[in-house]
Design a protein around this ligand. Structure first.
Ligand code: KG4
Ligand code: ZN
Length: 362
């Protein structure tokens, strides 16, 4: 079964065709990052306009490559309908409705966060027979960790396709925390990749001389969101304030840069985020028996996080599943892939509207 997946929830216009939920036959991602860079973050109206301009070309290129593969025809169209930016989601959903109607195939609505947790199972078309990645069912029960620019959540996956939130951020997502720090330090947008690179160089050169920043614990007395236990939640607002105070105390970002201190600050800040995530992951893994830890989302590209999570998984005796770098950020393949496994569960998406606040497991 070939599914055409469409993704426009934030600042990537993406489409892909995935065979039987795992084999990525064609995938095209147009990133809008340069359009948002001058503003230091995603501007919803600019995102929406760019999706409208690019969606036709992105889907066209995806279909051309798919037809070139000789894999047959598209059997269903899948689309992200939430969570995300409303004006951006609308573009993808409307395009997908038109495509499904035109092709005479069913439309499947997909939750963006759940789709990030499918990325570890994607296999490249030219590598399909060589892959040693297990099938989703072989990895259950699992702990899912979705970490992106918009979300940070620990998700219970007793079976593939069943999701329950165990814990999440009470304020900023991990990616947002990286982006805001980079903005404060004048390092540009998006912050995650540049922080990762600078921190990596610092850690490999000098190692341990880190500033102690708060490790993302919710403040005492703060009741965790929606009844979730505080020990499975993170809060990055205190960390952000601690960084701001530190920068102010040292005379500002420019003074830190002249003193050559940015790498140490950046590595210390990253370490606080990574250790906060590692700590909650350890706690969640201790609480119930699982076979695997499945990680997805743009922040899962972080090299320090990948290394620390692999230690956490080894200590807990679970298999760690991390996506290939090209599938960590937003893409259409994760939408098309998950749709294959969700096809009998989802309501007819022809009636769906976008849901910017769609919850995991909803
Ligand atoms: O999954 P994604 O592409 O979009 C959302 O669904 O939000 O994630 C984007 C986020 C951005 O905040 C970006 O700074 C972060 O992922 N990111 C990273 C790295 N690469 C991207 N964060 C930390 N380290 C990285 N290497
Ligand atoms: Zn995403």
């Amino acid at each position: 079964m070939n599914v055409l997946g469409i993704e426009t929830s934030c600042d990537e216009t993406a489409a892909a065709v995935v065979k039987d939920g795992r084999e990525v036959v064609s995938s095209v991602v147009y990133t809008q990052i340069p359009l948002h860079q001058p503003y230091g973050g995603v501007v919803p109206e600019i995102a929406s306009r760019a999706h409208i301009e690019k969606i036709g070309a992105v889907v066209g290129e995806t279909m051309t490559r798919f037809h070139g593969s000789g894999c047959g025809e598209v059997d269903a169209v899948a689309v992200t309908y939430g969570p995300g930016l409303s004006p951006a989601l609308i573009v993808g959903l409307n395009a997908a409705k038109g495509l499904a109607k035109g092709l005479g195939v069913p439309l499947i609505g997909i939750n963006h966060i759940e789709a990030h947790l499918h990325t570890s199972f994607l296999i490249d078309h030219d590598d399909a027979s060589a892959s040693d990645i297990p099938a989703p069912a072989e990895c259950m029960p699992a702990l899912g960790l979705a970490i992106s620019g918009g979300h940070t959540a620990w998700i219970d996956m007793p079976e593939y396709g069943i999701y329950t939130i165990l814990g999440q951020t009470l304020d900023d997502a991990a990616g947002e925390a990286f982006d805001k720090a980079a903005k404060l330090l004048g390092l540009g947008y998006p912050g995650g990749p540049v922080v990762d690179r600078i921190a990596k160089e610092f850690l490999s050169a000098s190692g341990k001389d880190l500033i102690s920043f708060p490790k993302g614990r919710p403040r005492d007395g703060v009741s965790a969101l929606a009844g979730l236990p505080a020990e499975l939640c993170v809060s990055f607002s205190g960390l952000k304030t601690a960084l701001l105070r530190y920068v102010q105390r040292e005379g500002g970002a420019e003074a830190l840069a002249s003193a050559g201190e940015i790498p140490r600050v950046v590595a210390s800040y990253q370490e606080a985020i990574v250790q906060a995530i590692a700590d909650r992951t350890r706690t969640a893994l201790r609480r119930s028996r699982r076979r695997s830890l499945i990680v997805g989302g743009g922040v899962s590209l972080n090299s320090r996080l990948r290394s620390v999570l692999s230690d956490v998984a080894r200590e807990a005796g679970v298999r760690l599943l991390l996506a290939k770098p090209r599938y960590c950020g937003d893409n259409g393949a994760m939408i098309a892939g998950l749709a294959f496994f969700r096809r009998n569960h989802e309501a007819d998406a022809m009636r769906l509207d976008v849901n910017p606040c769609l919850e995991v497991g909803e």
